[in-house]
Design a protein around this ligand. Structure first.
Ligand code: SF4
Length: 92
């Protein structure tokens, strides 16, 4: 079974207006930000038309990969969603 197929079983409760990950505003993406386009298993990071990296946290599985890569450099701010929000894993 592909990872994408497994991710389909997860459910999310979106905390509207309170994204738990924020990308620092930037003119051009840094190396850590570019890496996020490749490493996020839920494909939450995308390059917009202006060439900046954006995040949409709605499908985030809270794996912490982007946190390890881009939080130390200050490129993103990362925190867990508020209680009751975020991912719900069907198979633990
Ligand atoms: Fe993607 Fe994991 Fe970061 Fe969520 S925590 S945005 S799933 S890399």
């Amino acid at each position: 079974v592909r990872v994408e197929e497994k991710l389909f079983y997860n459910r999310y409760l979106v905390d509207a207006g309170r994204a738990h990950i924020k990308v620092r505003p930037h003119a051009a993406p840094t190396a850590p930000l570019l890496a996020l386009l490749k490493v996020c298993p839920a494909r939450c990071y995308e390059m917009n038309e202006a060439g900046q990296v954006e995040v949409c946290v709605d499908g985030c599985v809270e794996c912490g990969t982007c946190r390890v890569i881009a939080e130390p450099s200050g490129d993103i701010e990362w925190s867990y969603p508020r209680g009751g929000y975020g991912v719900l894993f069907k198979f633990g």
